[in-house]
Design a protein. Structure first.
Length: 558
């Protein structure tokens, strides 16, 4: 089936390709208006031809713009002057890509149209071998001269000298004429330096990303790999916490009661203290019986009742170690005029000790220090490209270091009574690496794809100039510029056959389509290329080469 697609003036190559992809027809006609943007470049038609070939379709161009038809035909696409020509029966279709359907008529002479030039002053008709005609004289006796009649009975002498001389003269003349004819045959030497053009420069962006398994020349993609790196670190750290251990001092106090009327019970836990305020707690209850009245030296005196009870310092530490007779303040519930207290011996046993201990802040500081060491180790591995294949470039901008894992549970270290502790950590980092070799390969492939028909690429002229790669996340973009030189393909023997017998201006026109031509003829009055084998030669000169610094791409050698 055939489909007809009418394009607008502003339609781009992308929209035309999308229209082709959306159709299921095997034969598609693209109708281009005058001034179509699509018809401004032969590359557009070559891309359309490639798209059609990839999808098994036949794309033909319909336009009355002669230049657009020429561009389409050079890209290998059949062309038509009108939709009616496209819809003509199969027998009337073009037989080769790029050939338009035209009315029947005389077949034009092959070869490019001769360039305008001055007409020759006169035309000369020559023999097929272009050699001058030379008349050879024939020696005959005069008609009116009678031959001598021999007399009977008399021997007539023969005159052989003149005949021999004439024969020798005739033979020499024939040789001279042959030699002159050979020397005077026209000769032509043709030198053709093929034409060349500069391709590019093409500015490309080749993208490297994960998931791409091989270079993609269509989308300009190359593989990227995220390489893993395992890092580890350990160190000894100091504990900054302090554990304080204290014991309370203990001793014994003696209560005295001056109450003669009744007994006095002091409850356990009653607080007695020194005048400086150091408090002690009784460890048991004590009951003081009533005081007695006695006579001493003839006088009545009160004899106090006394009881001893153990005490311990309310506040642990060495402050509870007090001297004898310093605990003199009775509990606040007692009347100090009736009850007294004292420690007959010093209290003792109060201690204060300090020891280092690991606290949570120490663990946090240690893990933070280990993370810094892991990051430094990761940077060193990236710089050393440890385990990375040769030819691969790592991009530190894409690095990623995972969370660290402690060697032991940090919670188990908190509260440990030690001056130092050991702690280690491990982590895994990744970084994107790319083999940049395929970047140049894709650039070369792209410049090869734009070589014009009838031209070939000069291999050593390809120049790939990579820019500074740009890394973003896990994607790396390689800006690259590529240019090259293409040179006209010249079939020397075929061209020589084509120009044999042509006049010099027409021969220059035919050969000029292939490059710079120089024609040298002998004699200089010869106006045509000789047709005799061996009397005309065509030498194809070398085109420009990137190895020659004096020749820039697109220039022609002299």
């Amino acid at each position: 089936m055939a489909a007809i697609v009418y394009l607008d003036v502003d339609d781009e190559i992308t929209s035309a390709a999308a229209r082709i992809r959306s159709l299921e027809d095997d034969r598609i006609a693209l109708v281009l208006p005058l001034g179509s943007r699509l018809a401004t470049s032969r590359i557009n038609f070559r891309l359309l031809a490639r798209e059609a070939e990839a999808r098994g379709k036949r794309v033909e161009v319909v336009t009355n713009d002669a230049s657009a038809r020429a561009l389409a035909a050079s890209a290998g696409l059949p062309t038509h002057l009108s939709v009616a020509a496209f819809e003509a029966p199969v027998g009337a279709e073009p037989t080769a890509p790029g050939q338009a359907i035209v009315p029947p008529g005389p077949e034009p002479e092959p070869g490019p149209v001769p360039r305008p030039g001055p007409a020759p002053a006169s035309s000369t008709t020559s023999t097929p071998d272009d050699s001058p005609t030379i008349a050879i004289p024939v020696i005959r006796p005069p008609a009116d001269r009678a031959m001598p009649v021999p007399q009977v009975g008399r021997r007539v002498p023969r005159r052989r000298g003149p005949m021999i001389a004439a024969a020798v003269l005739f033979a020499g003349l024939v040789v001279a004429i042959g030699a002159a004819g050979f020397l005077l045959l026209p000769n032509a030497e043709i030198t053709l330096v093929p034409a060349s053009n500069t391709l590019g420069p093409l500015e490309l962006n080749v993208t490297a990303q994960a998931g791409v398994t091989r270079p993609d020349p269509v989308n300009l993609l190359v593989p990227a790999t995220r390489f893993p790196f395992d890092v580890e670190a350990s160190d000894t750290f100091a504990a900054s916490g302090v554990k304080v251990a204290e014991t309370a001092a203990a001793g014994e106090v003696t209560f005295s009661s001056l109450n003669t009327g009744s007994s006095n019970t002091i409850a356990a836990g009653s607080i007695v203290k020194t005048e400086s305020g150091i408090e002690f707690r009784t460890v048991a209850a004590v009951t003081l019986p009533p005081a007695e009245i006695g006579i001493v030296d003839g006088k009545f005196v009160v004899i106090p009742s006394t009881e001893k009870v153990g005490v311990e310092a309310v506040t642990a530490g060495v402050s509870g170690n007090v001297a004898a007779n310093t605990i003199v303040v009775v509990p606040k519930e007692e009347n100090p005029k009736r009850t007294t207290v004292t420690n007959e011996t010093a209290t003792s046993g109060g201690t204060h000790t300090e020891s280092p201990i690991v606290q949570q802040a120490d663990i946090a500081a240690a893990l933070q220090a280990l993370d810094i060491v892991l990051a430094d180790a990761f940077e060193r591995q990236i710089a050393d490209a440890t385990g990375v294949p040769d030819g691969t470039t790592l991009f530190p901008e894409t690095k990623s270091l995972g969370d660290s894992t402690p060697s032991v549970d940090p919670a188990s270290l908190v509260g440990t009574e030690t001056a130092t502790f050991e702690l280690g950590a491990t982590a895994q980092g990744t970084v994107v690496g790319v083999d940049p070799g395929p970047v140049s390969t894709l650039a070369e492939a792209r410049i090869r794809s734009v070589v014009d028909d009838g031209f070939r690429l000069v291999e050593d002229s390809i120049q790939v100039n990579p820019g500074q790669p740009i890394a973003a996340g896990s994607v790396v973009t390689f800006p690259v510029t590529v240019e090259a030189t293409e040179i006209r393909i010249v079939d020397g023997p075929a061209l020589l056959v084509r120009v044999r017998g042509l006049g010099l201006p027409q021969a220059r026109t035919v050969l000029g389509a292939y490059g710079d031509v120089t024609i040298t003829v002998w004699p200089d009055w010869v106006t045509t290329i000789p047709t005799i084998e061996g009397r005309a030669s065509l030498t194809v000169g070398e085109g420009p080469s990137a190895a020659d610094p004096s020749v820039s791409p697109g220039a022609s050698l002299p």
